[in-house]
Write a protein that binds this ligand. Structure first.
Ligand code: AOF
Ligand code: ZN
Length: 353
């Protein structure tokens, strides 16, 4: 196979970086490849802060073959010193002829000194913006502009027939271990996990990060409920088995706008706008068809992540809400990404881009 189409190379790189999504926080996950005369010579993926950047890994692997080659990378190469030296310096010394990247790096250091300035001054050709929206989707929190509205990823695990659980409520576990590991990685990247109270009463989930994913503290949890008894009942659940902030919220037609902290004794704090608790909040919604339907109906879901397990559950526990009166009015997703985790297929899509 030859690699002469920049879009095909970038698509392959995004696919390569994708399994690491969420691991890099606070750094973005980035993939790079060295292509010479249509041959894929070397590649690298930057997985977490402190490790070498993707370009440097690919250039080291390519060695002398980097001379006169094209470097592809999912993020604009950095021009500044962070924990590691500027990638543009490495690109220039390796003798690269042309650099193609997907999405610009929003960090102020790189905006002050864009890669285009540094590379063109060294006689290197540049092309930016190849599959930019797809690459942005690898690191949604890193790329999103500051906003009071949360970035909401809705994750659902369903059967082939679109059901979330048996009629008796049992749903543990439909998907493969590797699919669940991926979800745990994403938990690592978000500010809080949102679940419906029904899911908490039914499954008593831990909502911690496990499956060997390295992480810091247990993620905060927001429980959606209208019931005034919810805070008291939460004290006896496994959410409080680890040291982590727990909040409740009431879903409104605007989605999730305010939260109230619940302490380990079930005492409720004041109602606070969610943007005062987290700047530019990034939420992962994990549970409950009812919560999913309400957020979809409110039109506040930015990203959908559906895990499809190879089984049929039958019964009535589907999701998606009411059927619109015409196909033209159904919710549609763009920039879809399909990934397989052993026997589980995941489809991700974005709205509003
Ligand atoms: C790249 N390639 O693979 C990544 C980049 O502290 P450092 O040295 O790891 O730098 C972190 C910053 O570098 C990060 O905030 C982002 O702006 C950029 N990430 N850049 O050229 C990479 N991961
Ligand atoms: Zn870099």
């Amino acid at each position: 196979m030859t690699w002469r189409d920049p879009i095909a190379v970038m698509r392959a790189l995004i696919q390569k970086a994708h399994p690491y999504r969420g691991l890099g926080v606070p750094n973005p996950v980035v993939a790079a490849a060295v292509i010479r005369d249509g041959q894929w010579v070397a590649d690298g993926v930057h997985v977490r802060a402190g490790c070498a950047h993707a370009e440097v890994l690919a250039l080291d692997q390519a060695g002398d073959l980097a001379q006169g080659a094209t470097l592809y990378v999912t993020l604009e190469p950095c021009t500044h010193w962070g924990k590691t030296p500027p990638c543009c310096d490495a690109i220039i010394s390796a003798g690269i002829d042309h650099v193609v990247w997907a999405v610009d790096d929003p960090s102020p250091h790189v905006r002050r000194l864009p890669a285009q300035c540094v590379l063109e001054a060294a006689g290197i050709g540049v092309t930016g913006g190849v599959l930019a929206d797809h690459a942005r989707f690898l690191n949604p929190a890193f790329h999103r502009p500051q906003s009071d509205a949360p970035f909401i990823t809705l994750k659902l695990a369903q059967s082939l027939d679109g059901k979330l659980a048996l009629d008796n409520g049992d749903s543990a576990y439909l998907t493969s271990v590797s699919a669940r590991r991926y979800v745990h990685q994403i938990r690592n990247a978000v500010d809080a996990i949102v679940v419906g109270a029904q899911t908490v009463w039914m499954d008593d989930p831990e909502l911690t990060i496990r499956h060997g994913v390295e992480h810091g503290q247990a993620p905060a949890v927001i429980v959606a409920s209208r019931d005034p008894n919810t805070p008291k009942r939460l004290c006896d659940t496994r959410l409080f088995a680890v040291d982590r902030p727990v909040y409740t919220t009431t879903l409104s037609t605007a989605g999730i706008t305010h939260v109230q902290r619940v302490n380990a004794n079930g005492i409720l704090g004041p109602s606070e706008p969610i943007s005062t608790v987290w700047r530019s909040p990034y939420l992962l919604v994990e549970g409950g068809g009812a919560v999913a339907n309400q957020l979809l109906q409110a039109g506040v879901v930015d990203e959908l992540m559906v895990m499809i397990a190879p089984c049929i559950l039958g019964g009535s526990r589907g999701w998606g809400g009411n059927s619109p009166d015409a196909l033209a009015r159904c919710l549609r997703y763009s920039h879809t990404h399909v990934h397989q985790f052993d026997d589980t297929v995941m489809i991700q899509g974005l709205t509003g881009v």
